[in-house]
Design a protein around this ligand. Structure first.
Ligand code: ZN
Ligand code: ZN
Length: 352
């Protein structure tokens, strides 16, 4: 099998030939049919996150070290089944849940493997992922059927779709069904979030983006309004467009400017949910947090249960994914460079 491997941070991926692994125990071997290229793959490629103020968080310091076979949005066909793996058959097609934890820590025991605190086993980050002909998944419970979806349509639900869904859950059904929310950033995640909001019976959202093309896409996807953050008093403009106080803001950018706008736009008792990893730092007037009863929460991907709920919705055709740009797996390097240069519309998906 061929894998496209990050052997050194910042350097082009290398093609590595190796024998196809044999699944052990509860493992399932998937033959890769599609692997989404995620923005966080760029951070992994670089080897750090920008923490603002010139500070970097090194991935090596958190135990993420090359060689890394990236690709955490994986759809594939069962090609091998470990002796203890039950409930799957060869040839069946699935999407893998990549946010696998240790299974033992308090987070994992509470069903939140995506925020495991003791020993993450994430596919495409700490374990080999989808930029390869084959991927080993530790247990069949991490697989969800494709249903009506093609592998390329299904793969992005494992990260970008799941993160959007988890962000809406963080806002809460009772809130998004009855009150307007603000979505900051109308890229892949923002648009997926808008579509999910509609599929889940949400009241609706105002969207903010600097790019007029993305604002137009947001309006087509059903946003109440799409606002340029460079307008004068953008927080006021957002609330005026919503025609009711904004109950929550979901920030898919995560920059200083979007954080300020998100926190300023929500009403008293509102929530600012931060998802994006653009990077930066802000100073905050602390009394405003209690006086406005402001909640601030971070979302990193979603739980296995959320993944199964979302895949059930998507596999039945109840929500629509982002536009796809399919590329051969052998062009993984080009896909990453195109993503960095902003040349990808929607989601780049690699196919072996
Ligand atoms: Zn991702
Ligand atoms: Zn754990």
């Amino acid at each position: 099998m061929k894998s496209y491997v990050l052997t050194e941070f910042g350097a082009p991926l290398q093609t590595v030939e190796a024998p196809v692994p044999a699944p052990q125990g509860t493992e399932v071997l998937l033959k890769t049919l599609a692997a989404g290229v995620c923005h966080s793959d760029l951070h992994i490629w670089d080897g750090y996150f920008d923490m603002g103020g010139g500070k970097h968080q090194s991935l090596a310091d958190t135990g993420i070290v090359p060689p890394i076979t990236m690709g955490h949005e994986i759809a594939g066909e069962v090609a091998g089944i470990g002796p203890e793996a039950k409930g799957v058959k060869k040839g069946e097609r699935y999407v893998a849940y990549p946010w696998i934890g240790c299974g033992e820590c308090p987070s994992c025991r509470a069903g939140r493997e995506n925020i495991c605190t003791a020993g993450e086993r994430t596919l495409g980050i700490r374990r080999p992922g989808g930029y390869a002909d084959y991927v080993l998944v530790p247990h069949p419970r991490y697989l969800a059927p494709l249903g009506k979806l093609t592998p390329a349509q299904a793969a992005p639900y494992a990260c970008s779709g799941l993160t959007s869904y988890a962000a809406l859950n963080c806002v809460g059904e009772a809130v998004y069904k009855t009150r307007p929310i603000l979505i900051l950033g109308a890229g892949g995640l923002g648009l997926t979030c808008l579509k999910l909001l509609k599929a889940l019976g949400g009241l609706g959202a105002v969207v903010v983006d600097t790019d007029p093309k993305k604002r137009e896409a947001a309006l087509l996807a059903g946003a109440f309004a799409a606002i340029d953050p460079k307008t004068e008093k953008p927080a006021r403009a957002v609330n005026a467009a919503a025609k009711a106080p904004i109950a929550a803001a979901i920030d898919f950018v995560g920059a200083e400017s979007t954080a300020r706008l998100g926190m300023a736009a929500v009403t008293r008792g509102g929530k600012y949910v931060i998802v994006g990893l653009f990077g930066g730092e802000i100073t905050l007037a602390l009394p405003l947090i209690p006086l406005r009863a402001l909640a601030i929460e971070g979302v990193v991907t979603g739980t296995l249960a959320e993944f199964k709920e979302l895949m059930d919705l998507a596999a039945r055709g109840k929500t629509e994914g982002v536009p796809l740009q399919e590329m051969p797996l052998a062009e993984a390097n080009r896909a990453l460079m195109d993503l960095r240069a902003g040349r990808i519309v929607g989601r780049a998906v690699l196919k072996p």
